[in-house]
Design a binder for this molecule. Structure first.
Ligand code: ZN
Ligand code: ZN
Length: 428
């Protein structure tokens, strides 16, 4: 109600009856999958496999999808042993909606990033969307992509994008568990890794230091220059630096020194500015000492740009589902910032994307992702139930796109606007 006493009818309140009937059908379809998805979720959680080595998980997921009627499954897709694709085709031209299925675990920590729950949510969503396509005679395709190796520097989604896997796909949906947010409008950071080497000339540090060129001095000048730069960085910029080789012995003028630096920023364009500034600091070390510098940059992941139109659908279904969990999902266009990075960010630069955050009941220590506590929390039935709830909201989002005339155009128009804004999102 507004200040003048008029009742404002929000978008939430004038939900068409379609959404209400879809939500109850999706809800019961996914509840009906509980018994087959729970053992699969537990198997993945208890069989942690590292990036690009998800062989058992790949087998379990592709076998499961093969057992579902109407799905065409391609294992070891696009040149990756553990990537896979499953397609449900209505046979009628229409939008192609997709869900990404993550599979990898962390070294020594098992499924401490909860990727078993991501797999469960996406599988549930894909199956329920296909069921709705069948029941309502909708046009288009539903795709599930098994995306390996998210916990790396060149993730499976980046490789799938390069291989053209998403060429005929219109939207990409995924989720990620945590303990802090339920949100459809999630922004993550872009990151890159810089490896720096300095080549000087060795000399005896006591006898004839003037004959040497000190590579470690060059690195120290660079490290200090980066520290000074930090005062003028933007909110969202992060520069982390480690000295990986600081010289051989204290009585030598060091011929060699090396460092690794990870930079993060809120957008790809800002990241490239920051990379130039940090590289200038590295060159300053070389200039000051006479050492030679070599900088090798590896692009990590792009920031995730969430699609507002898709996110509105997700939020609508999240609220329509019974038993709303805490914390409340933000309404309107309030963004949720997550400082981590994901290769779904790269996907969001290729097509409209949602990467929904969802909370699971925390472990005893309230540990966040990448902790032992979160690994335990990710394996519980309560966490699984949350993943299914997310699957329902993701399915609703996909069904909206497939069933609502003109919605796909709105989603794509928003994406084009977002891409223009992302290009301009820099300090200069
Ligand atoms: Zn992670
Ligand atoms: Zn993760």
């Amino acid at each position: 109600m507004d200040e003048d006493g008029f009742v404002l009818i929000s978008r939430d309140e004038c939900l068409d009856s379609n959404s209400r009937s879809y939500v109850s059908e999706i809800d019961s379809t996914i509840e009906g999958l509980w018994a087959s998805l729970w053992p699969l979720n537990t198997f993945i959680h208890e069989t942690p496999e590292l990036a690009f080595k998800e062989h058992k998980t790949h087998k379990a997921l592709t076998s499961f999808m093969r057992s579902r009627k109407g799905w065409q499954v391609t294992p070891s897709a696009y040149g990756m042993e553990t990537a896979w694709v499953a397609v449900y085709d209505s046979g009628k031209a229409g939008p192609a909606v997709s869900f990404n299925v993550e599979m990898d675990a962390l070294p020594n920590l098992g499924h401490a990033c909860g990727h078993n729950l991501i797999a469960t949510a996406s599988l549930a969503a894909g199956l329920a969307t296909a069921e709705m396509v069948k029941q309502h005679g909708l046009s288009g395709k539903v795709l599930l992509f098994g995306t390996p190796g998210e916990e790396g520097i060149r993730g499976g989604k980046v490789r799938l994008l390069e291989a053209g896997a998403y060429e005929d796909v219109d939207i990409s949906l995924i989720s990620h568990p945590g303990i802090l947010n339920n949100s459809a409008l999630v922004r993550t950071t872009a990151f890159a890794r810089l490896e720096v080497e300095y080549f000087g000339r060795a000399a005896h540090a006591a006898n004839s230091p003037w004959l040497g060129v000190n590579a470690l001095d060059a690195l120290v000048v660079a490290y200090n220059a980066v520290s000074v730069l930090r005062q003028q960085t933007m909110p969202g910029d992060v520069i982390g630096m480690a000295i990986t080789n600081g010289g051989a012995a204290p009585n030598i003028v060091h011929a060699y020194a090396a460092s690794v630096c990870v930079i993060r920023a809120s957008s790809v364009s800002r990241l490239s500015e920051l990379q130039q500034k940090v590289s200038a600091c590295f060159r300053a070390g070389a200039e000051a000492t006479g050492a030679k510098v070599e900088i090798k940059a590896t692009q990590g992941y792009a920031d995730h740009v969430p699609n507002r139109v898709l996110a509105a659908s997700y939020t609508k279904y999240w609220k329509l589902l019974p038993d709303l969990p805490d914390p409340p999902i933000p309404s309107g266009e309030q963004l949720t910032w997550v400082k981590a990075s994901t290769d779904q960010g790269n996907v969001s630069y290729a097509m409209p994307s949602v990467n929904a955050s969802f909370s699971i009941p925390p472990g005893r220590q309230g540990g966040q992702p990448h902790s032992r506590d979160f690994e335990e929390a990710s394996g519980t039935e309560a966490a699984f139930a949350r993943a299914l709830r997310v699957g329902k909201a993701l399915a609703g989002t996909a069904v909206d796109v497939l069933a609502t005339p003109g919605l796909m155009d709105k989603v794509k128009e928003q994406w084009r606007r977002d891409m223009l804004a992302a290009k301009e999102a820099s300090a200069m």
